[in-house]
Design a protein around this ligand. Sequence first.
Ligand SMILES: [Zn+2]
Length: 407
Amino acid sequence: MSFAKSLLCRKCGQVYPVEAISRCGVCLSPLEVIYDYEAMAGAMNRDKPTTGPTSMWRYKEMLPVDGEVIDIGTGFTPLVKADTLGKEIGLDRLYIKNDCLTPTYSFKDRPVSVAATKARELGFDTLACASTGNLAASVAAHAAKAGLKAYVFVPASVEPGKLIGIAIYNPNLVTVEGSYDDVNRLCARLVERYQWGFININLRPYYAEGSKTLGYEVAEQLGWRTPDCVIAPAGSGLMFTRIWKGFDELATLGMIEPASTHMFVAQAAGSSPIVNAYQSGNQHVNPVTPNTIAKSIAIGNPADGQLAISVARQSGGGAIAVSDDELSDGVKLLAETEGIFAEATGGVVIASLKQLAASGTIKRDELTVAFITGAGPRTQESVADIVKPYTVQPSIESFEEVMGAHV
Ligand SMILES: [Zn+2]
């Protein structure tokens, strides 16, 4: 049995049962799963995960589901010591949490695995979502695995490579003439009309919990400790806050010392409502109209923006935004130094990290983990200018003539 006991509104304190509920009925704020940590502590210790699968489900006791899970093989992705990149940007203890290596090539498989499992448990026969692309692919894949129907909604402007990556799982794929925020508004109305499990709307409290496993895994992979600094990207802000919740819960259960990690949130300057609010000293997040090649995180009205700002402030971290040119260079730098081809969002993280290291905000000897949350091949547009091959005839003479001094 799961140790989840209720849903709680963080803002007004209203308590709800563990059901499919989008938001607080009183104040419309996001809801959070509350657990019986005392009972959970009796079931969890440092040895427990090592007896489980090499996936995120090694932490099943800390997730809000019962019974059989819908698992397509997600999680326990590599934590790579990034010495070459670290040397380049001036960090001696840099690690990359490489979540390009999930079944549908982004961290979204973590929250979807939890929410899809919960959806089936609550009796839904159809999964749905509003997505910038990666989430839709993950929802479609999990529906396929579980034999559930799927309706996935994305902006019509989504990258072509992402559309193929969704359609391959054969969901009902709907492209909406509008921004992601328009897609989200449409789905918020559809959820009132159809008895579907919208992964990031009426199942959002459960969806949110899947990303905690990023925090759990990093702590375990570092030998049960937390990093000095974390840098992670933000679209809605949810995943960033859940890395922190993961650290916090491990400490609550006595599995690690309380985290003193500085949490840095990174956005693209063309869609940076969270960073804007942080830097101007506000708690309130003013929506923006996104304009960036980092489309996976191009969310103008972030649902968990306020909480993301709180986490960055309370942890002594920060918030930073980089231009499209800088993030494109970030994608290339990560690939050229560590052999990891990330999507544009990963470039946001690397370009931001480079600036934080250069300014001394993150210090050379601090143990730093950068979260790379999606793979590059679906969003090749962001780095298309790199293709400059040497073209030769199939002969040694031609090769040596064209290459000249390059050999
Ligand atoms: Zn409330």
